[in-house]
Write a protein that binds this ligand. Sequence first.
Ligand SMILES: Cc1cc2ncn([C@H]3O[C@H](COP(=O)(O)O)[C@@H](O)[C@H]3O)c2cc1C
Ligand SMILES: O=C(O)c1cccnc1
Length: 363
Amino acid sequence: MQSTITLSIGITMQPSSWFQAPPKALDQHTQHIAQQRQLKLTKPPGSLGRLESLAITLAAMQGNPQPTLNKVGIVIFAADHGVAAHGVSAFPQAVTVEMIRNFSRGGAAITVLARQLAAQLTVVDVGALSDVGPLPGVISRRCGAGTADFRSQPAMQPTTLAQAMAAGCEQIEQLHHSGGNLFIGGEMGIGNTTSASALLCAYAHIEPQQAVGPGTGVDAAGLQRKIAALQSALAFHQGVLHDPLATLQCLGGFEIAALTGAYIRAAQLGMPVLVDGFICSAAALAAQRLCPGVEGWFFLAHHSAEPAHAILCRMLGKEPLLNLGMRLGEGSGAAMAVPLLRMACALHNEMATFAQAGVSGGA
Ligand SMILES: Cc1cc2ncn([C@H]3O[C@H](COP(=O)(O)O)[C@@H](O)[C@H]3O)c2cc1C
Ligand SMILES: O=C(O)c1cccnc1
């Protein structure tokens, strides 16, 4: 049995857990084979730009010189946020539950994209304000009815944080078991850009002014309310922000914690991940803090229009694939990047070599 540690504000947590196991190593032998193949294909070396390194990385991740993305799993984690009571979103909190219904009926952006991709879509309610009851495609792993207001309380308890992370872990284990070869996490939770900004402030040691943005479209007064909420929260939780897990517990949300758990488990099991926009990238940063090296399994799908996303991308050390001015969430930006990755694989797998095609001058 591990002993527990009690943090300065009385929170008790396990010092060691499943999420501290290291990520799987990429297959360097397969990576080398894929690199060599790229040089032999009928094109000037490097002429397919990033599409070449994407295929090589996917080959190394999958341990397969012919990488495939034929089984994409999209999981949307949905939850509510106590801080939403402080006018930090342009939309009412009821939208979270209403959107869960919309996901179930197939009318949301991500559901359209999932159909286009023939991807499997699952919605996990990890703590919306009210329980939507049984709905097609929606599973319940409720950790609470929204988080507590993190301006003056920890958003989650150690037990509910662990539950939320386990809900993410469980989804990856199922996807892995069913032969999934790419994971996309999505989120739905009114107020969650404020939570993501709070995590960014704590992990990057930056000021709220640098970390906030319009989210769903708040005006200047709304932006000030976001800044004020973050200032209160950071001051209140100051004593624990050196600890990445306590930071997630105090400032995160159930859906962000579930994403964090999912990203870590994906890296441990060797499942490539397409990280969506601002909120998902904040969860990815939390994952990196809890389990260094997980980022080796991540592709950043797109530049979110949320201004502070650029900071998160820098912190994760990655350049996003697309820049479409999107700022929706739900995993929608990640879904848009799947065709790009599939094209990279098709080129890598199906192009002729110089020798096969009888083209001169090649390697
Ligand atoms: C109809 C609707 C659908 C959405 N789908 C994702 N989000 C996005 O907006 C929310 C975050 O922004 P904020 O922090 O400003 O509330 C999240 O739920 C996010 O996924 C939506 C927001 C709305 C209104
Ligand atoms: O980039 C995102 O994930 C995002 C930005 C604004 C609102 N919701 C999500």
